[in-house]
Write a protein that binds this ligand. Structure first.
Ligand code: COA
Length: 163
């Protein structure tokens, strides 16, 4: 079985992430979405909440599984039996960071490769923090996040408490 691991903080999942998830799920037999638990970022949503949002927006994708992980990404890949890490590239500004990440991971685990999918131009400017900021002011986020999680994002962002 060909498995791919798509990691990130997903705080919250956006339409840009979802575009990558849809396309990646067609490239592998099983796509594992890895939600980073303890990032250095202050998160708006807890790990469980981020997993719940991801489960809801991927409910129509039978070969997608959501897990959370701590520690090194390559260790997570080994644990879940995949040699393929999938990352989205939005713009040239992502490239340097992503190259460093991919090359470091390759040095740590030569048997694991990183595959990049270019983000749909429609979402090239999008990030979770932009969504959080617009939602905190009550702005329209309907072009940025799936409709079924919009209310959750507004509720959390307006309270503004981070975890
Ligand atoms: N559409 C919209 N937004 C996107 C996107 C897309 N297709 N792809 C990325 N983004 C945004 C995210 O929303 C996020 O926005 P934010 O910073 O405003 O919250 C930003 O791009 C980057 O987030 P993400 O893709 O979640 O990456 P990350 O930098 O938070 O985490 C990991 C990347 C999880 C892969 C990395 O931190 C990691 O591997 N951690 C484990 C520790 C480890 O192994 N370290 C050694 C490796 S060098």
């Amino acid at each position: 079985m060909r498995r791919g691991l798509y990691p990130g903080s997903f705080d919250p999942v956006t339409l840009g992430h979802l575009d990558i998830i849809h396309r990646a799920s067609e490239l592998v037999d099983e796509l594992i979405i890895g939600v980073l638990k303890n990032s250095t970022k202050r998160n708006l949503f807890s790990t469980e909440e981020r997993i719940d949002l991801l489960k809801r927006v991927t409910a129509d994708l039978p070969n997608v599984r959501i897990i959370s992980f701590d520690g090194l990404l390559v260790d997570c890949a080994v644990e879940y039996g995949t040699h393929t890490i999938i990352r989205g590239l939005r713009a040239v500004t992502d490239f340097e960071y992503e190259l460093q990440l991919a090359q470091t991971n390759k040095r740590l685990r030569p048997d694991i490769d990183t595959v990049f999918l270019t983000t749909n131009v429609e979402y090239a400017y999008l990030s979770s923090s932009i969504v959080r900021e617009i939602a905190s002011y009550g702005g329209d986020i309907s072009h940025f996040v799936p409709q079924c999680i919009m209310d959750d994002v507004y509720k959390k962002a307006k309270r503004g408490e981070t975890v």
